[in-house]
Write a protein that binds this ligand. Structure first.
Ligand code: COA
Ligand code: ZN
Length: 300
């Protein structure tokens, strides 16, 4: 039987947060529904952040209510601090994404905290979430390289993994926030982490800034990772990380993994419909590198 790989589409959060103009709540919901129709069962729908800092993510509470209950899908929301956690919990979100940082400059740029403050905040939220039966995914931002401080010392990332694992997070995602990683760096860090962590505990989140997204995913798969954040049509980027482009496109990743014999549970034809829909909604061109070929396969 084919081995499963979980794909979390972060386009509705990481993708849309960077748009110059916010989509309406109903447009955001339609995008999410198109992804669910393609078989995606894990989705980051938005964030509970200051609407002044990230106007495009305002009203994630209304979006969650509009989506309604769907027991087949795990909806995740990013929370940058305890206040965001409380807001997410108050409306019934069951899975939160916490962010910690492998550099002080990135922590400061994103949330006005030091690395240590952001880590302590994530640990506090994790403890509370355990009592509230809410799952926690901790994302290590700039795990491989930082736009302000250059290459990340792997020891810093490993230490963050240790501390968050001790605190009890459910999953740890290594984020290549600006697309600085290369496949050797990815295998080396993951091999080091899997010496003391179950590979199932780890996930990866790669931006495709330098066309290394798929190569990095391949390196991570070979090292045992079975959980990836991707973004439909390659949308995205972080407004606080200069030079970052979108995440590796969901369609590129699904195509590669399925062709390699893994099972993602995602229907590529429906995924391409979702990709075209997103490009129309956001008035942007899909940056998925295989989209032209995939569209021709499905009679574009
Ligand atoms: N959700 C909504 N509002 C929030 C909030 C949250 N999670 N956290 C704080 N606020 C509000 C405060 O209540 C305060 O509101 P007021 O001015 O009306 O009283 C205001 O935001 C400022 O609060 P403060 O604690 O001084 O925070 P700040 O101005 O230093 O901003 C963050 C800190 C974390 C709220 C802000 O930097 C942020 O939202 N960053 C998100 C970055 C992001 O999403 N990056 C991309 C994803 S990794
Ligand atoms: Zn990202």
């Amino acid at each position: 039987m084919a081995e499963n790989i979980i794909i979390t589409d972060v386009g509705p959060r990481d993708g849309l947060q960077n748009l110059p103009k916010a989509l309406s709540v109903s447009e955001r919901a339609d995008l999410i529904k198109s992804l669910i129709k393609a078989g995606i069962t894990s989705l980051e729908i938005g964030s509970f952040v200051s609407p002044r800092a990230v106007p495009t993510m305002a009203d994630t509470d209304l979006l969650f209510n509009l989506l309604g209950v769907n027991t087949q899908v795990n909806y995740f929301a990013l929370v940058p601090n305890f206040k965001g956690y409380q807001l997410a919990r108050s409306i019934g979100i069951k899975n939160v994404v916490l962010v910690v940082y492998a550099s002080d400059s990135m922590a400061n740029s994103n949330v006005g905290m030091t690395m240590e403050e952001a880590k302590q905040s994530a640990i506090k939220i994790t403890k509370q979430a355990m009592c509230d039966q809410i799952t926690t995914t901790a994302t290590i931002s700039v795990a491989f390289g930082c736009p302000f401080e250059g290459n990340t010392n792997p020891a810093v990332t490993v230490d963050l993994v240790d501390k968050l694992s001790e605190a009890g997070v459910d999953r740890l995602v290594l984020a290549d926030t600006i697309g600085a990683a290369n496949p050797r760096q990815v295998s080396s860090l993951i091999n080091c982490l899997t010496e003391r962590n179950d590979p199932q505990f780890l996930g990866c989140h790669f931006h495709d800034t330098r066309a290394m997204g798929l190569a990095n995913i391949y390196a991570a798969v070979e090292a045992g990772v079975r959980y990836f954040d991707t973004s439909i049509a390659g949308l995205g980027g972080c407004p606080f990380a200069p030079g970052s482009s979108g995440n590796v496109a969901t369609e590129d990743v699904v195509m590669m993994l399925e062709q390699m014999g893994y099972c993602t549970g995602i229907n590529l034809k429906e995924l391409m419909s979702a990709s075209k829909f997103v490009a129309k909604l956001t008035q942007s061109k899909s940056s998925g590198r295989a989209s032209a070929w995939l569209n021709s396969q499905f009679g574009d």
